[in-house]
Unconditional design. Structure first.
Length: 503
């Protein structure tokens, strides 16, 4: 090959390499940017007075005196809202009583005319007078029926929309004064975040309906101003008051909630943090590495230094390579069948069973990477050690393994990231949706929440999935950060070891 052609190819390959690196960097940036941006909102956001109330009452965090002074001003700002609701209830009740009274009056008069008509018939009165009385009776019956329909229409046009409005306002501000404290924690407080407060305000201002009139198209969301149903009533001014005084009623303030990492969740992650999930992920990852690293490195040493090449060893290498490509859900089902149902390492799901399953998942990667690292050690190292009289085991432990350690750590880094982020293997063996932080000794027999499983669970099965988007992204952000920190620690360790080996 000519020198000019070789130089041209070198430049072409270098350019392609740089392009590939740039594309990977852009892809990484495109993936991480929304995760970091939206995940950071779990830690930094505009918290309302309800958030500070939750922190004080549920986590005993905050200044009670300062909060009470602030909440008194908020209560005063919210008072007109509750006054309008009470006035509307009284107005509606008075109107219902009036309609019922008029209906009863019409029925009584109708009954009186019917009695007069019957008496007149018995006494042989004139047919014209009887017909007039019966006509009056029928007219009054129709009027009473119309009043009954009017009362029913009042219930449909006032009471049902009013109940819906009250429910939405309670979701915004929490229970009304004098109301019995709800059982669910989420119903005891209003909106704790300003962004969700604005969403609830929109739901108060507008009523959402879906139009399915076109059978050939999907439903169309139609929003109609809720005020139109309350024109001319005591609630007509409520909507404008809400818009103009919402900040005074919620007092939003920039909040740095770093305890999102260390707090436990309240009411299925509606409030609180993700500490049980973080701790569970760390337990599972470290447990998997404790089981997988010794077995993987020992297996690699045996295959490289002790095993004689033959059909059996070739078959074992094929099996290891095949296991590296087996779907993770298969490992999860195997862990359930073998570790839990066959040898019964625990009575039910446990961190121990999940760690053993994850260790099998990452074992092929550690074996292959360790094997390649050992084979990459110059043969002269081994020959020099053996020439000086060192035994095979001593040579492996003091010469080959330290020289191969940076490459082995590379495989461990990759395996650690995979173990931390896997969901399928722990579904059947270790993970639960809600749980308390475990003590170390409890990992042998108890299941644990874990970030990968809970991210999936919160995004697909939680009843308030739209209200806790910040928790979902906060979990993803935390999981990525944990994996990066674990990888960074391993990379720094590898660099330090490599520096020592270079002298």
């Amino acid at each position: 090959m000519r020198l000019e052609t070789r130089k041209l190819l070198d430049k072409a390959f270098s350019g392609l390499g740089l392009i590939a690196i740039a594309v990977m960097a852009m892809a990484l940036l495109a993936i991480l940017t929304p995760i970091i941006w939206r995940g950071s909102k779990a830690f930094v956001f505009r918290g309302t007075i309800e958030h500070r109330r939750v922190m004080l009452e549920q986590f005993e965090r905050g200044n009670p005196e300062k909060f009470n002074r602030e909440f008194e001003a908020v209560t005063a700002a919210r008072a007109p809202i509750y006054d309008m609701l009470t006035a509307f209830e009284k107005e509606t009740a008075d109107l219902e009583v009036s309609l019922e009274a008029q209906e009863d009056e019409k029925k009584e008069r109708s009954k009186a005319f019917r009695t007069q008509a019957r008496t007149l018939k018995k006494e042989g009165g004139s047919a014209e007078e009887v017909a007039r009385l019966e006509a009056e009776e029928d007219r009054l019956k129709e009027e009473a029926k119309a009043l009954k329909e009017q009362a029913r229409a009042l219930s449909e046009t006032r009471e049902e929309p009013f109940d819906d409005l009250v429910d939405t306002i309670q979701e915004l501000f929490g229970p009304m004064p004098g109301q019995k404290t709800p059982v669910l924690v989420r119903q005891q407080y209003g909106q704790t975040r300003w962004d969700r407060t604005l969403v609830k305000l929109h739901e108060v201002m507008y009523e959402e309906e879906w139009d399915y009139s076109n059978p050939d198209a999907m439903g169309i969301l139609v929003e109609s101003p809720r005020i139109e149903k309350f024109r001319g009533t005591a609630l007509e001014d409520l909507f404008q008051y809400l818009e103009e005084n919402l900040e005074a009623m919620m007092v939003p303030r920039t909040t740095f909630y770093w305890q999102f990492i260390t707090d436990t969740s309240k009411d299925s992650h509606i409030f609180g943090g993700i500490w049980p999930e973080v701790l569970g992920t760390i337990y599972l990852t470290l447990g998997a590495m404790i089981f997988a690293i010794p077995m993987g490195v020992i297996a690699a040493i045996y295959l490289c230094e002790y095993a004689k090449e033959g059909r059996v060893i070739s078959f074992l290498r094929i099996c290891i390579s095949t296991l590296a490509g087996v779907p993770s859900i298969v490992f999860g089902l195997f862990g359930l069948a073998f570790f839990l149902n066959t040898i019964q390492v625990s009575d039910s799901k446990s961190v121990l069973a999940g760690s053993l399953t994850l260790s099998l998942l990452i074992l092929p990667t550690i074996i292959r990477s360790s094997e390649e690292a050992i084979l990459a050690v110059p043969r002269s190292y081994k020959e020099a050690a053996l020439g000086l009289g060192a035994g095979r085991w001593h040579t492996v432990m003091t010469v080959i393994l330290p020289a191969a350690l940076p490459g082995i750590l590379t495989g461990i880094v990759i395996s650690m990231g995979r173990a931390a982020g896997e969901t399928a293997p722990i579904i059947f063996t270790a993970a639960v949706s809600v749980g308390a932080p475990l003590k170390i000794w409890e990992t042998l027999s108890q299941p644990t929440p874990a970030l990968p499983w809970n991210i999936y669970n919160l995004c697909t099965e939680h009843e308030a999935v739209d209200e806790i988007r910040h928790v979902q992204y906060g979990m993803v952000f935390t999981l990525v950060a944990i994996v990066l920190l674990l990888n960074l620690s391993a990379i720094l360790m590898r660099a330090r070891i490599s520096k020592k080996l270079r002298g």
